[in-house]
Ligand binder design. Structure first.
Ligand SMILES: [Zn+2]
Ligand SMILES: [Zn+2]
Ligand SMILES: [Zn+2]
Ligand SMILES: [Zn+2]
Ligand SMILES: [Zn+2]
Ligand SMILES: [Zn+2]
Length: 326
């Protein structure tokens, strides 16, 4: 009713203005929820008042007009999320907090579980581990396998199995596990004095002197008749022969010198059981082999050799010794 009256009075004054023939070039200010569009210069108005500029209600403010401050209804109020161990009570809408976090309800750590919160189940730290005063061995460890033991925890009473570490090998002295020969190297090893397993090994070779000794040791004395009768049976055999050098053909075969020796003496003279022997020239020591030398040969039998139609047993000599000279 009051508004209507104000409007009526304003209307009359405008009419009077028009009647008065006011020549105002109006400059209207926009209408608000409180007043209609009004001319800044003459105060003349136009139309009615505008709607309120409502802003939505939130946690703490009711719905309100941003222009005139008029309100409608109540604030919505906070949407509280209850406090937890680590977070205080918090509004899920505006994030406002109230009070403090509750803090964890810790239960003490045990042998197998760390400290744990009874509310949120958060864990902290490490389990305490069992306390075992005495371990009884149930499986003995060996050099390479771990053993097992058992003990009772003095805290929780649980029977706990434990590993007993392997003992490791105990290496003995170096020993020959494969003899080196003239032909190939051997192997030395350290064996475990407990289980006998090989712990460490290394290859070895014979020295030249040892090789010679080995070779000479492997040569047997075979009767001339046997060799001469069935030469093929003795092919490749290591043998030792002694005789007198009676004939020399130097550089006869593949850089070897050939010698004919008689290997049986009768009445102090070597005159029977001839052999052809071949000696690598590189093997001939500083002193040459001469006719009439008594020579001991170690080598490999190689069947018969045909020299100017005289077939005699032959030997490839590896080592030789000159014993005496006539
Ligand atoms: Zn005006
Ligand atoms: Zn308003
Ligand atoms: Zn809120
Ligand atoms: Zn907690
Ligand atoms: Zn325990
Ligand atoms: Zn061992």
């Amino acid at each position: 009713m009051v508004k209507k009256l104000v409007q009526l009075i304003l209307g009359v004054s405008v009419l009077m203005g028009v009647l008065a023939g006011c020549g105002c070039k109006h400059e209207f200010e926009a209408a608000t929820c409180q007043k209609p569009a009004t001319c800044k210069l003459c105060g003349e108005t136009e139309g009615g008042i505008a709607d309120h500029q409502w802003e939505n209600a939130d946690c703490i403010k009711p719905k309100s007009c941003s222009v005139c401050g008029e309100t409608e209804g109540d604030p919505i109020g906070h949407k509280w999320t209850p406090a937890t161990c680590t977070e205080p009570k918090t509004c899920s809408v505006c994030g406002q907090i109230e009070g403090e976090a509750l803090g964890h309800q810790w239960e003490v750590a045990t042998c197998t579980e760390p400290k744990i919160c009874s509310v949120c189940k958060d864990k902290e730290g490490e389990p305490l581990g069992h306390k075992i005063d005495e371990i009884v061995t149930s499986v003995e460890p060996t050099c390479t396998k771990q053993g097992t033991g058992e003990g009772k925890c003095t805290v929780c009473g649980e029977t706990v199995k434990s590993e007993i570490p392997a003992l490791g090998h105990e290496p003995g002295e170096w020993e020959v596990v494969k003899e080196a020969t003239f032909y190939e190297g051997g192997k030395k090893a350290k064996l475990c004095i407990v289980c006998g397993e090989e712990v460490e090994n290394e290859d070895y070779e014979l020295y030249d002197e040892e090789k010679m000794k080995w070779y000479k040791g492997a040569c047997e004395s075979i009767s001339y008749k046997s060799i001469a009768r069935t030469p093929d049976d003795y092919k490749g055999k290591n043998a030792v022969i002694k005789g007198e050098v009676s004939y020399i053909v130097e550089e006869n075969k593949d850089g070897k010198s050939m010698y004919m020796i008689y290997t049986r003496s009768t009445y102090g003279c070597y005159i029977e059981d001839p052999f052809y022997i071949f000696i690598d020239d590189s093997q001939i020591e500083k002193s040459r082999i001469l006719e009439g030398d008594i020579i001991i040969c170690y080598g490999e039998l190689d069947g018969l050799y045909d020299f100017y139609s005289s077939k005699f047993p032959q030997m490839n000599v590896k080592y030789y010794e000159i014993k005496e000279s006539n």
